[in-house]
Design a binder for this molecule. Structure first.
Ligand SMILES: [Fe+2]
Ligand SMILES: [Fe+2]
Length: 178
């Protein structure tokens, strides 16, 4: 958290890309047969993420921060790298990755809101307002995975939580959210 607070402009640019990628991820999930019936819900998430993206871009503009290049996230890349081949396997793994990324956003936004309260109340409020939405995305993706195959979703969640614990131990010096 201190490295993120020390470079708010870089963190905000990273956050903008995070919302862009979240919108793209929701649309990407629509390629799976098991999710054809959920296409409207996934569109709704993609629209919400695009609105978040727009909100962050507005914030950048108001603060005179130029939009810039994204940093690659070793944590997200590490999770996605473990998605197994095969359509049925992929969809559950992919949903669990998305769910963990959303859950992590939800948690980080709450921590940011608390940490920013004394130094930047506007930004603190901005982050506090996003917490509920990211929490809903986390729950929606997780329930979608469980609905496809409950036993497998539970088993893969255990696998991913172990992987997550390993990946977050790798130090990342950049001022990014994930
Ligand atoms: Fe979002
Ligand atoms: Fe989200």
């Amino acid at each position: 958290m201190p490295k993120v607070l020390a470079d708010l402009p870089a963190m905000l640019v990273d956050h903008a890309h995070l919302e862009r990628k979240a919108a793209a991820s929701a649309l990407n999930l629509e390629k799976y047969h098991d999710l054809f019936g959920r296409v409207e819900e996934l569109n709704a998430i993609a629209i919400e993420e695009l609105q978040h993206f727009q909100l962050v871009l507005g914030l950048l503009k108001r603060r005179g921060i130029p939009f810039g290049q994204p940093y690659p996230s070793p944590w997200i890349a590490g999770l996605m790298h473990a998605v197994r081949q095969g359509v049925r396997h992929s969809v559950i793994d992919h949903l669990i990755c998305c769910s963990l990324i959303e859950g992590r956003s939800c948690e980080k936004f709450q921590r940011l809101a608390n940490a920013l309260q004394p130094v930047d109340a506007d930004l603190a409020e901005f982050y506090a307002d996003l917490v509920g939405s990211e929490g809903n995305h986390y729950a929606t993706y997780w329930l979608m995975a469980r609905q496809i195959n409950e036993a497998e979703a539970d088993q893969r969640l255990d696998f991913y939580l172990d992987l997550d614990a390993k990946l977050i131990r790798v130090p990342n010096p950049r001022p990014m959210l994930h």
